[in-house]
Ligand binder design. Sequence first.
Ligand SMILES: CC(C)(COP(=O)(O)OP(=O)(O)OC[C@H]1O[C@@H](n2cnc3c(N)ncnc32)[C@H](O)[C@@H]1OP(=O)(O)O)[C@@H](O)C(=O)NCCC(=O)NCCS
Length: 231
Amino acid sequence: MTTSPKNVGIPQPVAGPSRLPIPLPRSPVERDASDISCWGRLTDGSLVLVRPLRDGERVPVLEVFADMSPRSRYLRFLTPMKELSPAMVERLTTLDGRDRVAWGAFSEGRCIGVVRYVQLVDRPGTADVAFEVVDRMHRRGVGRLLLGVLASAAEANGITAFTLTVHPENSGSLGLTRALSARFRFVDGLYEGELPVAAVLGDGRVRQQLDGVGLRHHIAFAPWVAVDRAA
Ligand SMILES: CC(C)(COP(=O)(O)OP(=O)(O)OC[C@H]1O[C@@H](n2cnc3c(N)ncnc32)[C@H](O)[C@@H]1OP(=O)(O)O)[C@@H](O)C(=O)NCCC(=O)NCCS
C-alpha cells in the first residue's frame, strides 16, 4: 500500500475561477436540509431520501462510518480505521457546494451512504470521488444511485471527470465503477481510475434510478446549504 493514497477522503485545497454553467446560489444559506431532499430509487424500486450534506454536518458521516464493517472501512480508507479522527471528520465535512460536494442517502432516519467529490487543484474540471455504503445495504443500488446523484451535481458545477483510487481487492468499487465505464491503471499497488461524468449520467441503470423521480432536475437546482460550525 502506498503511504500517500490520493483518494482516502481527505479533500485537498482547491482554487480557481468559477466554472458554473448554472447560476446556483453561492453564499452559505442557513436552512433545513429537508427543504431540498429528494427521493432516489434503488434497484428493487424502493425509494430512499437523498440530499446534499451541509458544510460542517457530521452526523451522517459518523452514522455511515459506525455502520461499516472493519473490512469496508479498510477498503474505503486504504488503512485499518477503528474511528475517524477529529481531523479526518473536519476534512470530510468541509464542503462548499462547488469544489467540495457531498450527498447522503437516508433510510428510516439514518444515513446509509455518502458520496463526495473534491475538485483537483491541478486539474480543473476533474474531481476525486469517494463513496461508502453501510454493509447492510450493499448490492441494492445505493452506490450507483449516489454516483448518479454526484455526477448530476458535478455536471452542474462544470466537472467532467472523476478520478478514484481503489484497493485491488475492492471488487465492489471496481465492479460498480467499471460497469459505469471507469478505466484503471495499476500504480504502486493500487488502481488509479478515471470515470467520465457523462458516462455515469448516460448509464441506463443510473438513469432509471435518477430520472424516474426527477432527481437530476432537483440536484441541478439544489442550493448549497451550510451550517454554523460554531453551533
Ligand atoms: C463499493 C460500494 C460503495 C458499492 O455500493 P453498493 O451500494 O453495494 O453498490 P450497488 O448496489 O449500487 O452496485 C451496483 C453495481 O456495482 C457492481 N457491484 C457492486 N458491488 C459489487 C461487488 N461486491 N462485486 C462485484 N460487483 C459489484 C455490480 O455491477 C452492481 O450491480 P448489480 O448488483 O445489479 O450486479 C460498497 O461496496 C462499499 O461501501 N464498500 C466499502 C467502501 C468502499 O470500498 N468504498 C469505495 C472506495 S474506492
